[in-house]
Design a protein around this ligand. Structure first.
Ligand SMILES: C[S@@+](CC[C@H](N)C(=O)[O-])C[C@H]1O[C@@H](n2cnc3c(N)ncnc32)[C@H](O)[C@@H]1O
Length: 243
C-alpha cells in the first residue's frame, strides 16, 4: 500500500512527484499556513497555563497556537523539525524560541526544564503509539519536578468518519490544491495534491487515531493524575505528575 487513494493514487500512478515530508515542502507548508485548521483549542490551553509556567509545545508548525499563547503572556518554547513550517512564524524573532529538532532528538537531550508540555491534536496524531510510549518512559517517567503537567488533545474517530474520503478542492493564487483524509483501520491518511503553476506534486501524512482508553492504557502502570474532558469531537487530557 502506497498510502494514496482515489485521484491521489491516479496521480501517483501517473508518476507525479512525491514529496517526502509535506511539512518540509515550501509550497505545502505555505498552503498549510494559509489554510490553518480552525480548532477551538486555544482556550483549553490558555485556561490551563499561567504566565509563571515555562511551557514547551511539541510540533509548533507555523505557530498556529504557539504564537497566540505567547501573545497572552505565556513563556512559550517549542520544537519543530520542519524549517519550512518555522519560516511562517510571525513575528520572525519569535522563531528563536522554537528549536529545529524532532521529538526523538528532544527526548535524547533530556532537557527537563519545562514544567508544562503541550501537544495539540494536530501534532499528537503524527506520533505513533511507539513514539508516545518512548516519550512516556524516557521523559515523563523520569521527570524530576514535583509538579509537572502534560496537556494534549486529540480528535475523536467521529471527526475522521465525518470527513472520510471527502476531497476538498481549493485555489490559492497560482496554487491548485486537492486534499482529503482517508480512514483505514486505526489510521488516517491525509493526501494532498498541489500544482504551483510550474510543477505538480503529491504528499501524504499518516495520522494515528487515539482514544481515551489507548492513552490511559499507555499510562496505566504509572501513578499519574489523569483529567479528561470532551468537547466538539475532541478529547482533552491533562496528565499531572505529583511525586
Ligand atoms: C499538522 S502540523 C501541526 C502544527 C501545529 N501544532 C498546529 O496546530 O498548527 C504537525 C507538525 O508536527 C511536526 N512533526 C512531525 N514529526 C515530528 C516529530 N517527530 N517531532 C516533532 N514534531 C514533528 C510537523 O513538522 C508539523 O509541523
Amino acid at each position: 500500500m502506497n498510502g494514496f487513494f482515489d485521484i491521489f493514487n491516479d496521480k501517483y500512478n501517473n508518476n507525479v512527484k512525491v514529496v517526502n515530508d509535506i511539512y518540509q515542502d515550501k509550497d505545502m507548508a505555505s498552503y498549510y499556513n494559509a489554510n490553518s485548521i480552525i480548532i477551538d483549542d486555544l482556550y483549553f490551553y490558555l485556561n490551563n497555563l499561567k504566565s509563571a509556567d515555562k511551557v514547551l509545545e511539541i510540533g509548533t508548525g507555523n505557530g498556529r497556537i504557539f504564537t497566540p499563547l505567547f501573545n497572552h503572556g505565556i513563556d512559550m518554547y517549542g520544537i519543530e523539525p520542519a524549517k519550512e513550517m518555522i519560516e511562517h512564524i510571525r513575528p520572525k524573532e519569535l522563531s528563536n524560541r522554537v528549536f529545529n529538532i524532532s521529538l526523538q532528538d528532544f527526548i535524547s537531550k533530556e532537557s527537563k526544564i519545562y514544567n508544562k508540555v503541550i501537544i495539540p491534536a494536530t501534532s499528537i496524531s503524527v506520533f505513533s503509539p511507539q513514539e508516545i510510549n518512548l516519550f512516556i518512559s524516557k521523559y515523563l517517567d523520569e521527570m524530576p519536578f514535583n509538579q509537572f503537567e502534560l496537556l494534549f488533545d486529540f480528535l475523536d474517530i467521529n471527526f475522521f468518519k465525518a470527513t472520510d474520503s471527502k476531497i476538498y478542492r481549493s485555489k490559492l493564487g497560482e496554487y491548485r490544491v486537492y486534499s482529503a483524509n482517508y480512514l483505514k483501520e486505526d489510521k488516517v491518511y491525509f493526501n494532498i495534491y498541489l500544482n504551483n503553476g510550474i510543477e505538480e506534486k503529491i504528499g501524504k501524512s499518516v495520522k494515528y487515531i487515539y482514544t481515551e482508553d489507548i492513552i490511559k492504557n499507555m499510562l496505566l502502570k504509572k501513578n499519574y493524575n489523569i483529567e479528561v474532558t470532551h468537547s466538539n469531537n475532541t478529547t482533552r487530557m491533562i496528565i499531572s505528575i505529583k511525586k
